[in-house]
Design a protein around this ligand. Structure first.
Ligand code: ADE
Length: 225
């Protein structure tokens, strides 16, 4: 999978994608991410990419022209499966969307800043608008990093133990069951006996029950879906 990201703050995106599982995905060649500075397509020598909004009001709006030029340039030699704009008024990201997107080949993610991007770019180019939650970030970069991480770890071969993505929270609309490691007794709190029984059928049943109970207690909305 290849992901292009358009941003005015490429520095913000470097670190989250250079470590751990995202690093492994890229080292293995399963994921390539190219971060592009929108200023490369600025409208003048000052690097301008935003301007005051029509109708007045505080906050700048990202100009059509640099975005259009950038999108056209990046589309020249590839067809994007989705052109995604990360924005608080998009559809809220969930595991199902991450699963669907992990099956695509080429994605472009546009990070907004200030008051956002000119509406006409959304109309003309954007095919999917995604929010990572009901709160407002200073810009789209952290949302883009969250999105890329949620997709990248699902690519086949990225995780060492293929089953570990399958037992993540949300994978079956269930939260993950509790997990334990050494010691068996931590300040009088014991690891449940069943986990040391060696009976894998019983352990799986227990984990399923725990996942179900945890979901009922904390996120009953997931069970209604
Ligand atoms: N940009 C600013 N806030 C955001 C959010 N919650 N989700 C996606 N992009 C954003």
């Amino acid at each position: 999978m290849h992901i292009d990201i358009l941003t005015v703050l490429p520095e913000l995106l470097a670190s989250p994608l250079e470590h751990s599982i995202m690093k492994r995905a890229q080292d293995k060649g399963l994921l390539t991410v190219a971060v592009h500075h929108l200023r490369n397509w600025a409208v003048n020598e000052y690097g301008q990419v935003d301007d005051y909004q029509y109708g007045g009001g505080a906050g700048m709006v990202m100009l059509c022209e640099p975005l259009a030029k950038a999108i056209e340039a990046l589309s020249a030699n590839k067809k994007f499966d989705e052109i995604i704009y990360v924005t608080p008024d998009g559809r809220t990201l969930n595991q199902r969307m991450a699963n669907t997107l992990s099956l695509k080949g080429n994605l472009l993610i546009i990070c907004g800043h200030y008051k956002g991007i000119d509406e006409r770019i959304r109309e003309k180019y954007v095919t999917l608008e995604i929010s990572i939650g009901d709160y407002v970030l200073s810009g789209g970069e952290l949302a883009a990093a969250v999105l890329v991480d949620s997709i990248g770890r699902l690519l086949p071969g990225v995780l060492n133990d293929e089953t570990s993505a399958l037992t993540d929270s949300f994978q079956d609309n269930l939260l993950a069951p509790p997990v334990y490691t050494r010691p068996v007794d931590f300040e009088g709190m014991k690891v449940p006996d069943i986990l040391m029984s060696g009976n894998h059928t019983k352990i799986e049943e227990w984990r399923y029950e725990q996942a179900l109970q945890r979901t009922r207690d904390r996120r009953p909305d997931l069970l209604e879906e």
